[in-house]
Design a protein around this ligand. Structure first.
Ligand code: TRP
Length: 341
C-alpha cells in the first residue's frame, strides 16, 4: 500500500507525513480492550505518520457533566496507560482538549453547518442515548458530540482517525463538515478518513463486549493476583461443564484472548479443548501466566511514570504547546476564509 503523503501547514513545498488525530474520553484506567483495539495501533502508527493524541475531556462532559471532580485523576490514569503502552510523547504529542479553547471556537462555527435532523439521525449517538436511558433527555451538547469531534480532527487537519466500527458514523459527520466548510468558504480542510482497527472487539470476562460499565474488564494495570482471579472467574463454553467434555473454543472469551496475546498456542489449545483433554481451569491458569508475561514490560513502564507525576505534567504541557500552535494557525485560516474581522 502506498504511504499517504499529504501537504499541510504553511510550507506547501514540504511534503509532510500524513497526520493522525486520535482521541479518547478520559475514563480512568484502561482495559485490555483499549490496549488491543486502540493503543497498540497508535504505537504502531507512530513512525509512519505524524500523530496527535487528544484527551477529550469536554467530550466526557456529555455523559458526566456532574462528575467533573473525576476528570483530573481519570486523565492522569489514562495518560499513564498511554505512555505505558508505548506512546512516545516526543514523537506524538499528548494534549488536553479543554486546554486548547480553539476546539470550542471551531465547534461553534461547525455547528452552523449541520442540521438538527442530521445530528438526530446519527446512529452512534442514538445507541448511546438508548444505552444510558437518555433518549428524551439528550442535551444540546451531547447531540453535538460529533461536531466537537469534527473540530478536534479538523483543527489539526487530521487525515486519518483510528477508530472502532462504532465511531464510523461520527467520522462521517466530520467528513461532511469538512466538505461543507470547504464549499461554503474555502477549501482548507482535508476530509478525514477512518482507520479501522484490525482486531475484532475483545470480549469481557462474561463474554459480552469488554466495558467498564459492564464490570467485566481486565485492566492493563491490574496486578497479577487480580488478573489470575478475574480469569479464574471468566466464563468459558457453558456447555463444557467438566474436564473431559468437548468444548467449543469459538464461543469462549479465553480462546479469543489466546488469539490476541498468545497466538503460538492457539492450535494446541483448540485441539485440547475440543477433545476434552484440556480442562477450562487449567487452560485459564496457563493463560494467566502468559498474559502476565505479556503485560510485564507495560507494567514496568507504568511504574516509571507513576513515580514521576511531574514528568507526566511536563509531557502534557509540551503536548498542549505543540497542539496550541497548530490550532491557532488553523483558526486564523478559518477566520480569514470566513471573512470574520
Ligand atoms: N469519540 C471518541 C470516543 O469516544 C473520542 C474522541 C473525541 C475522538 N475526539 C476525538 C477520537 C477525535 C478520535 C478523534 O472514543
Amino acid at each position: 500500500m502506498a504511504k499517504p503523503s499529504i501537504q499541510h501547514g504553511s510550507s506547501p513545498l514540504i511534503m509532510a507525513k500524513a497526520r493522525i488525530l486520535s482521541g479518547m474520553r478520559p475514563t480512568g484506567k484502561l482495559h485490555l480492550g483499549h490496549l488491543v483495539g486502540a493503543l497498540e495501533n497508535w504505537v504502531q502508527l507512530q513512525d509512519e505518520y505524524e500523530n496527535f493524541h487528544l484527551v477529550a475531556d469536554w467530550h466526557a462532559l456529555t455523559t458526566a457533566y456532574d462528575r467533573t471532580e473525576e476528570l483530573v485523576e481519570n486523565t492522569r490514569e489514562m495518560v499513564t496507560d498511554w505512555l505505558a503502552a508505548g506512546i512516545d510523547p516526543q514523537k506524538s504529542p499528548i494534549f488536553i482538549q479543554s486546554h486548547i479553547p480553539e476546539h470550542a471556537e471551531l465547534h461553534l462555527i461547525l455547528s452552523m453547518l449541520i442540521t438538527l435532523p442530521r445530528l438526530e439521525r446519527n446512529p452512534a449517538v442514538k445507541e448511546q442515548a438508548k444505552l444510558l436511558n437518555l433518549e428524551d433527555k439528550l442535551s444540546y451538547g451531547h447531540l453535538g458530540y460529533p461536531v466537537l469531534q469534527a473540530a478536534d480532527i479538523l483543527l489539526y487537519k487530521g487525515n486519518l482517525v483510528p477508530v472502532g466500527e462504532d465511531q464510523v458514523p461520527h467520522l462521517e459527520i466530520a467528513r461532511e463538515l469538512a466538505r461543507r466548510f470547504n464549499k461554503v468558504y474555502s477549501p482548507i480542510f482535508p476530509e478525514p478518513r477512518a482507520k479501522l482497527t484490525n482486531f475484532k472487539r475483545l470480549p469481557g470476562t462474561d463474554a459480552q463486549r469488554m466495558s467498564k460499565s459492564l464490570n467485566n474488564t481486565i485492566l492493563i494495570s491490574d496486578p497479577p493476583d487480580v488478573i489470575a482471579h478475574k480469569l479464574r472467574k471468566c466464563i468459558t463454553d457453558p456447555l463444557k461443564v467438566r474436564k473431559g467434555d468437548p468444548g467449543r473454543p469459538d464461543v469462549c472469551p479465553v480462546f479469543t484472548y489466546y488469539q490476541k496475546f498468545y497466538p503460538e498456542a492457539v492450535d494446541e489449545v483448540r485441539a485440547g479443548c475440543e477433545s476434552g483433554r484440556l480442562g477450562c481451569l487449567e487452560d485459564k491458569q496457563n493463560f494467566s501466566r502468559k498474559l502476565i508475561e505479556y503485560l510485564e514490560p507495560i507494567w514496568e513502564k507504568r511504574r516509571f511514570y507513576e513515580e514521576r507525576p511531574d514528568l507526566i505534567a511536563q509531557i502534557i504541557a509540551d503536548g498542549d504547546a505543540r497542539a496550541r500552535k497548530i490550532a491557532a494557525a488553523t483558526m486564523t485560516e478559518v477566520r480569514t476564509a470566513m471573512k470574520l474581522p
